[in-house]
Design a protein around this ligand. Sequence first.
Ligand code: ATP
Ligand code: MG
Ligand code: FE
Length: 345
Amino acid sequence: MTVLAIETSCDETGVALMVNGIVRANAVASQVRLHAEYGGVVPELAAREHLRNLLPVARSAIQTAGVAPEQIDLVAATRGPGLPTALLIGLKAAQAMAFALERPFYGVHHHEAHLYSPWLADEPARLDLNRFEPHVSLIVSGGHTLLVHVEAPLRHRLLGSTLDDAAGECFDKTGKLLGLPYPAGPVIDRMAEHGNPRAHHFPRPLLEEPNDDFSFSGLKTAVRYFLRDNPGLIGDETALRNLCASVQAAIVEVLVAKTVRAACRLGVRLVTASGGVACNRALRKALQEACAAHDLKLRLATPAFCTDNAAMVAALALLQAQHGLPPTGPDAEIRPDWSLDEAHA
Ligand code: ATP
Ligand code: MG
Ligand code: FE
């Protein structure tokens, strides 16, 4: 089974080809540099870039995979949630390809696709659910922070999510306050490496609350007040590293503690994580340590599959086809606010 998948929910134009579960191509054109000038993703610019890049990226993926268009058995795209105009480009292009090739089309849920990125293991990457077991999955990106109970392949329940800013948004917004370039997440990751995470104590929002929700906007505000009250620290390299390490420690502690707590409460033996923030080295290390301490297994998506990509879209569409789920209509519309619990409704 050969799947061509497209991802355009935010600022990455992704096209992947998956042949019998193996990722043969996973092309991504990131718009990060374009949006950096504005300090965040500008929806109309994102849509225009998707339109400009989609066909060249698709052509390059098809070439890399060495697949002839008529060998494609199924076409998939992210249907939602995401930026409406961005989703529209990928969805309509995929539906047009499916129509032209006379193949079924699957429009999938972006977060559900993230759930399967930790299962794209090995080299070459292939979808391997042989070791699947019920688990708790943490999805952390610039737009989302979700905890999900995955009971079986294609069966999941949303446990909690952020009430305000996403974890990646918190990295990016505090980074902006610290004068770091967008997206600040990877920069803070590097700066924090030689900083002291205990130099300053920032709030751990909702850490002790008996729910699976998150809140990160207060943390960003705490950093703003801290900088207002300590103007002397601005411009000092050591102070900056300590601040980065301290903010990162607050974000990581909450994410890890709530994920592990949910896993223990539900009695699952496995934790998975994906999304751009799951690239964060301190988060990966803290998850490893906490899971080991609680006798939990951990499956982290590799960095290339953490950030938005089409390989995970292909993986989910393949899974849906294998489980006999019906294709999505060739004229189905985007679902910008699609909730994860309604993914198969
Ligand atoms: P969506 O939320 O819809 O998936 P997105 O574009 O925000 O879209 P990703 O591309 O998965 O999501 O992730 C980008 C986010 O990940 C940014 O906020 C970025 O700062 C953050 N990020 C990337 N690498 C790191 C890192 N090493 N440490 C912390 N944050 C990181
Ligand atoms: Mg992105
Ligand atoms: Fe994403």
